[in-house]
Design a protein around this ligand. Sequence first.
Ligand code: ATP
Length: 241
Amino acid sequence: MNNLALKVDNATKVFRTKNGPLRAVNHLSLEIPAGQKVALLGSNGAGKSTLFNLILDLMTIDEGKVEIFGTTPAEAQKRDLITSLLQTGGLLLHWTVEEIIRSIAALAGHSDLVDQVVAETGVKPFLSQKVGKCSGGQKQRLKLALALLKPAPLMLLDEPTAGMDPHARRDFWRLIDGAAQSGATVLYATHFLDEATQYAERIILMHQGRLIADGTLDDYLRETGESTLEGAFFALTDANN
Ligand SMILES: Nc1ncnc2c1ncn2[C@@H]1O[C@H](COP(=O)(O)OP(=O)(O)OP(=O)(O)O)[C@@H](O)[C@H]1O
């Protein structure tokens, strides 16, 4: 398999808004080798979700190109090379948690994984609950279960722990660590800077559609002269305003 899990080459996405064109992703390039665990940081509106939508072929790209293990996003989806946990969409509110899990597992051809994934993701206590009645954190656990029912070598996670309590977050990162140790490449967007310092070997920072920093925690601290990632985050984003 191609040892570059993700290649984004000069990607641009422009939205037409009533205030004129908005470059949500602006000539952004990045490469992620297979097996890397990468955190994607950026203020609200920086363009993280739009970038994920381009990688997942959920939006057309205006300029540039995305490759996943050397192939197109559409082909990568077909070949189960990528799985995702997104902020929006996808949950049928009138179904029970169990109905959704069993249906998605069957569609993915992985009914064999249901018991394991239900146990690992902690959804068991609310399996019979309608999705519309689930709390925010319960919905995140369900989304994680659905992502794990479609195992793939590249995992794209958009604010995966939003709304999760501390136990759920701890369990979540244990699972992701397990997947990464088995060779998965993980790209996750987060606003929790501790999740970047603790779990990522590389941190990417987006600001106003552009990639403005990319490196290890030490690189960020060295470049900015700050002692914490939070300090570096403010220094870099303020300098680019
Ligand atoms: N469908 C759309 N039409 C018009 N503008 C959009 C659309 N989707 C996103 N935007 C705008 O594009 C910019 C980037 O949004 P995006 O959701 O990618 O940011 P984000 O970094 O994921 O933010 P957050 O941290 O708040 O989730 C924002 O200014 C947003 O308002």
